[in-house]
Design a protein around this ligand. Structure first.
Ligand SMILES: [Mg+2]
Length: 212
């Protein structure tokens, strides 16, 4: 399940998506698919403190909200696609993930920024919570969440960007034929992968490339 809160029933371990609320899908079915930005969450927007399942552990990375606001101003759809194995591992529940996303959305709004869709994958094959202890097409680097975002937001994935701080984010970009931006101090040594120290540093480059 891609958990994509969109007014669906959170908590129901269904095969189909649960979507984080607040999504406005503006594009009609006839509209031309457009480039979007698929953002990792932990280590990209907020500090990766490890299994962030409550709002008291949410700490924004400097400049990430402003970067998202810049994508918003350019009219580029922004989706968060995040592996949340903490659910499968029993660290926190689906509702906790949704609360964290609502909190992130509220803090982003303080900066004039918004995320068009939050998608998360609660599954992990080594999970201890039976309902979530399995592999999933949604778990990055598998493409399920990105494909759900493409459907919901009318994205052209081949013209879109995946931005994240882990090999599975780069793997997702490869799986869907998108551009890849790796965030981290050391860079990512693979042809075609663009490396930046932060989302704030990546945003101007990506904005320019999408506009070109
Ligand atoms: Mg990450």
């Amino acid at each position: 399940m891609t958990v994509l809160d969109r007014g669906a029933t959170p908590g129901a371990p269904a095969e189909t998506g649960v979507r984080d609320s607040g999504l406005a899908v503006a594009a009609g079915p006839a509209a031309q698919p457009r480039p979007g930005v698929l953002l990792d969450r932990d280590g990209t927007i907020i500090v990766d403190h490890g299994y962030v399942g409550s709002i008291d552990r949410v700490e924004f990375i400097d400049g990430s909200a402003a970067a998202i606001a810049a994508f918003n101003r350019a009219g580029i759809p922004v989706a968060v696609v995040t592996n949340q194995a903490g659910v499968a591992r029993g660290r926190y529940g689906i509702q906790d993930v949704s609360l964290v996303h609502k909190f992130i959305a509220a803090r982003l709004a303080d900066h004039g920024a918004h995320v068009d869709m939050f998608a998360f994958c609660p599954y992990h094959p080594d999970g201890v919570v039976e309902a979530f202890a399995r592999s999933s097409e949604d778990r990055k680097p598998r493409p399920g969440m990105a494909r759900a975002a493409a459907e919901a937001l009318n994205l052209d994935l081949s013209a879109s960007w995946v931005i994240g701080d882990r090999p599975e984010d780069i793997g997702l970009a490869e799986a869907i034929g998108a551009e890849a931006a790796y965030l981290g101090p050391g860079g990512f040594d693979r042809p075609g992968v663009h490396s930046f120290p932060s989302l704030a540093a990546a945003a101007p480059f990506i904005l320019e490339r999408i506009a070109a």
